[in-house]
Ligand binder design. Structure first.
Ligand code: SF4
Length: 246
């Protein structure tokens, strides 16, 4: 069984509600193979040894994100794969993060390194997270709506968004952050399905897939308009308040 087969198997198992696998060969021959009730099938957060010797390994957020990444593979699902992208930029950070940042699409530096927000705008975002929020960057999760760099950093096109955004939705549903910060007009408008300008969206809290979503200005915009840092700091204070409340 190759990696794709394993990934597909894990995904299928999750859809069926399976939350773990046994490493005990005798478990395969068990007689009580009847389906377990939902109550009996409560997922275990960590591997543990059960009384009869069955070892259960829970499918963690790490496993689930790895399965999504493997599913994306060297993606050719939209035309961006033919337009000069070097690699897929999946996402980075803590799979159990309380706080998630979602940007638009990788830029040149991200395309080279395969990590979101690593250029000048990325350094500013890191400062906002570490110096402003006082949270290590490795404790949050950072991703983009689109996983491949559009040519000349143009805006992603509707067909590209429609093809790629399900991967972001899977990331959000696995991580289940308490708070999502949508960075910039494109990220916010795409997630919220609105054409309202970012200046009208920021400063507000939206319900989104079980999380609180706060739009704010993109760090690249802040590099061009440093006076807007004050508004972003107001938004970050709102983030801290929501994290403290939840
Ligand atoms: S942008 Fe998304 S859908 Fe398009 S090729 Fe990249 S990973 Fe695939």
């Amino acid at each position: 069984m190759d990696r794709d087969d394993i990934t597909e198997h894990l995904r299928f198992a999750r859809e069926l509600g399976v939350d773990g696998v046994s490493t005990d060969p005798s478990w395969r021959a068990r007689e009580d193979a009847a389906p377990r009730s939902a109550e009996q099938a409560q997922p275990e957060p960590h591997p543990e040894r059960e009384p009869e010797g069955r070892t259960t390994i829970a499918l963690t957020a790490v496993d689930a994100l790895a399965a999504v990444r493997a599913d994306i593979g060297d993606c050719t699902r939209c035309k961006l794969h033919t337009l000069g992208r070097k690699q897929v930029v999946f996402g980075v950070g803590n799979p159990d993060a309380d706080l998630m940042f979602v940007g638009e699409a990788p830029g040149a530096d991200e395309d080279i390194q395969g990590i979101p927000f690593v250029g000048r705008a990325g350094q500013l975002l890191t400062d906002i997270i570490e110096k402003g929020l006082k949270i290590p960057r490795s404790d949050v999760y950072i991703a983009n709506v689109i996983k491949c760099r559009p040519p000349q950093n143009r805006n992603p096109e509707p067909d590209e968004v429609a093809t790629c955004e399900p991967f972001l939705f899977q990331q959000i549903d696995i991580i289940k952050p308490k708070v999502i910060v949508a960075l910039g007009k494109f990220g916010a408008q795409t997630l919220l399905r609105t054409l309202e300008p970012i200046s009208k969206l920021r400063g507000r809290v939206f319900e989104y897939r079980g999380s609180k979503l706060i739009p704010t200005f993109h760090p690249a915009y802040l590099l061009r308009n440093p006076s807007s840092k004050r508004e972003v700091w107001e938004d970050m204070k709102l983030v801290l308040k929501l994290l403290a409340e939840s």
